[in-house]
Ligand binder design. Structure first.
Ligand code: AMP
Ligand code: FE
Ligand code: FE
Ligand code: ZN
Length: 283
């Protein structure tokens, strides 16, 4: 069983439609794939239909943007939650709306030095998609400022750049509680991704565990080797689910479908805990 539990479509910052992504997942030989777009679930229906057609298993998911009390960014994966649970939708709306204002402010700052406009960014983002720095990166590629997203993130779009602007987002422990209330299974995404910026202190992780965290994404290319060992020890100490995933973004990132996988026994635990919506598995 080849199980990949973290992918993005163009409903957020991936480059393929949900249908194209599921088709690519089947072609990559995956048996089960989760769609986990940032902060919204509008890709689920299309992904579900395509997965049914192609005979591949589908797990509905989402990756929630959070910020801890130290201002550090946290990504929380949610599987099988009820997509209509209003208290969670209210929190997601804060993030989705502030992302637009924030992206506009980054573009304003960049426009002082580079040939970029908000209009150019919107041409690189599907209407209604979760807007983020990757769409600004795509506009910078079109404008000839950088060669690809990765070059933009290494420099002018990095969180250390003088053009960077942050945006408000839900506290991670609060997000864990809301996901559980919505019948979902909360899994901390790439907790040890040190290259992207600061990683959260142990206190934040423990607040998330006390709030009901279900698992940790251990096998992800951005986690350091040492970080993976620490996460395995944490998972064993607190009986957490351990997952592995690609975090595929189409052509937007180097990450390839199936480059990291989740054990079937771990997927079983997610299925047993998730009650907010149903998975679609092939028999
Ligand atoms: P934002 O949500 O706007 O802060 O942008 C963060 C998003 O950018 C993450 O979801 C990543 O998928 C993406 N990202 C981060 N680093 C890179 C990179 N080096 N190349 C491409 N995409 C990246
Ligand atoms: Fe992303
Ligand atoms: Fe992430
Ligand atoms: Zn992701």
């Amino acid at each position: 069983m080849r199980i990949d539990l973290h992918t993005h479509s163009n409903v957020s910052d991936g480059t393929e439609t949900p249908a194209e992504l599921i088709t690519a997942a089947a072609a990559a030989g995956l048996d089960v794939v989760a769609l986990t777009d940032h902060d919204q679930t509008s890709g689920w229906d299309q992904a579900r239909v395509t997965a049914q057609d192609l005979g591949i298993g589908f797990i509905p998911g989402m990756e929630i943007t959070c910020q801890d009390s130290h201002g550090i960014s946290v990504h929380l994966l949610s599987y099988l939650h009820d997509p209509s649970y209003q208290p969670l939708l209210d929190e997601l709306a804060v993030s989705l709306n502030s992302r637009i204002v924030r992206a506009q402010r980054i573009v304003e700052r960049l426009a002082e030095d580079y040939p970029i406009s908000w209009e150019l960014v919107t041409e690189h983002c599907q209407p209604g998609a979760t807007v983020g720095r990757p769409h600004i990166a795509d506009a910078l590629v079109t404008a000839g400022v950088v060669a690809h997203r990765n070059e933009a993130f290494a420099n002018i779009l990095s969180s250390r750049s003088r053009y960077y602007v942050s945006h408000p987002a839900i506290n991670p422990a609060a997000a864990v509680r809301l996901v559980r209330e919505a019948g979902g299974v909360p899994v901390f995404a790439h907790p040890k991704a040190a290259l992207r910026g600061r990683v959260v202190p142990e206190s934040t992780v423990h607040e998330m565990i006390e709030a009901g965290l279900g698992g940790v994404e251990v096998y992800h290319r951005d986690n350091s080797a040492e970080g993976k060992e620490q996460l395995l020890a944490l998972a064993s100490e607190h009986d957490l689910i351990v997952t592995g995933s690609s975090d595929y973004h189409g052509t937007g990132k180097l990450n390839r479908l199936g480059e990291n996988l989740t054990e079937p026994a771990m997927l079983e635990r997610i299925l047993a805990q998730g009650t907010g919506t149903s998975a679609q598995l092939q028999s």
